[in-house]
Design a protein. Sequence first.
Length: 369
Amino acid sequence: MLATALLLLALARPASAAPDGASRRAEALKRLLEVFGIEDPPAPPAHVKQPPQYMVDLFNTVANADGVTKNPGVLEGNTVRSFLDKIHSEKMHFLFVLSSVAKSEKILTAELHLFRLWPRASDGPKRHHFCQVSIYQVLDKTRLEAPEGRKLLATRLLALQGSGWEVFAITQAVRDWTEDESSNQGLLVSVQSLGGGPPDPPGVRFASGRDHHESKKPMLVLFTDDGRRGASLPTGAFPGVSQGLPMTAPKGSGPRSTRSLDRLQPCQRHPLSVDFEEIGWSGWIISPRGYNAYHCKGACPFPLGENMRPTNHATVQSIINALKLSEGVSSPCCVPDKLYSINLLYFDDDENVVLKQYDDMVAGSCGCH
């Protein structure tokens, strides 16, 4: 983790003027992309796009403004992907292209989000107060209405009066699609009266891709896990993480070299700003604009006090080093002893919005180990 922090610090600075500065920066950016599980940085959207409000709200529920996780355990898995309908048909036939989902990702939950519109005033009185909404997996798009052309995934009774989002679980169908991409022929939504036929006048209506505001478009949401996990140090979020620790200079510090000051200062946490705009990633990252990774620096002198949060091993090592009981034994090192996760909300290569949580990205506290 310390190596990652130093890498981030290097990226936050201008590239070196040395001949190999550009190549070193390129290699550093490549390694940073690997930390974030991305092969190549996605291109910014061709047009200004607003992310789905659901994804923005989910990010704000999970993370602080700087991306640090504030509610660990809220996400199912470590990745949430949102997909918009690609057909934009007047019929309730939706198609979501899942090519950006890696084969290694485990599909935990898949949800179809449909925005329910208020009934038209011209619809007139109805014989029933409810209607049945059914979600079908399309097996043959040339026979959408035939029984052999579709497979029932979910059904629900809805009152005719009302508006807002309705969510339907369709996990197994999406798992089938990710295993065999050619089987993905879309979803069909059917609305019927309690008598079995189509409502007359029309009953519950859902917003489609046509003639409706971006914020109301049909959306498929996947909760997945990419199998990436951090180190063995505890992760999570704790109050006050994003505010940082108060930094004070040691008593008696004057115009000395930084290296001398580092030897005098006790082990403690220092700011380490990561600015995505400086790195060149602001075009595809929605939130946050950057975050404070922090880094650990300072001395671990004998005797180690409790304020340095030493492990038992570090205490023994410090004693052996101070008494010169064994050759080649150095003093303990100042390293992170608590790490926190951060969250990124970003556009992928297909301009889908993704929320991903990354373990062990922020040094929460430092200790002598």
